[in-house]
Design a protein around this ligand. Structure first.
Ligand code: SF4
Length: 208
């Protein structure tokens, strides 16, 4: 992906996955953003805390890539999507205009996001407005969620902001991707013990 040279908003992208069935309802495109100011203890993606990594991508280019993937919609995760709300609001609304759905993860609670939106934080309000399903709340390693799909801990809240993406009954899945260069990357969800057993001795890059 090339960095944008215009004044359009950009998003610092850590990983782009064209197709996945492990990051929300149906077949989805997933975008992991780089940078998280929340830094939950036990987070599976500590390499995404810093804002120094990743690649800046123009919002319009990101929309085009998501639409070209031909999936049901996009899942925005990270890193913290609401730390890049201005760029991602443009991405999410563009994806929605193309008739696709938007699922957004956040380590912020829904009430906090609503407060920020109500206090005039327009990017936060716009990203909430362009999201169909929000999974909100920090990861709590003492409250591991073994029942619901996609949620890491039981305190996290599924907020249906529209009538789309109502079905959240899928099982948790773990996906393994092997690239042509031999890199192995994981995404999806499994409890830490299962992950450790699976990854023992493998040169794996975790994405969530
Ligand atoms: S779980 Fe999410 S919100 Fe928490 S530190 Fe990790 S990326 Fe940030």
């Amino acid at each position: 992906m090339a960095a944008s040279s215009t004044s359009e908003p950009t998003v610092r992208v850590a990983r782009f996955l064209d197709r996945t069935v492990a990051e929300g309802p149906g077949v989805r495109t997933a975008v992991w953003v780089q940078g998280c100011s929340i830094r939950c203890p036990g987070c599976f993606n500590p390499h995404l805390f810093t804002t120094r990594g990743g690649t800046p991508v123009g919002a319009d280019e990101l929309v085009a890539r998501i639409v070209a993937a031909g999936t049901d919609g996009v899942t925005l995760l990270g890193g913290e999507p609401f730390d890049q709300a201005a760029g991602l609001a443009v991405v999410a609304s563009g994806v929605r205009r193309a008739g696709l759905t938007v699922m957004t993860f956040s380590g912020y609670g829904y009430a906090d996001l609503l407060d920020r939106a109500g206090a005039g934080d327009r990017p936060v309000a716009a990203l909430l407005e362009a999201t169909d399903l929000l999974v909100a709340g920090p990861f709590r390693q003492d409250l591991l969620d073994h029942a619901r799909p996609w949620a890491g801990s039981t305190n996290q809240e599924f907020v249906h902001l529209t009538d789309r993406l109502r079905d959240v009954s899928a099982p948790d899945r773990l996906e393994v991707t092997v690239t042509s260069s031999g890199d192995v990357a994981l995404n999806g969800w499994a409890d830490p013990e299962t992950l450790d057993a699976l990854l023992d001795g493998l040169p794996v890059r975790r994405a969530r």
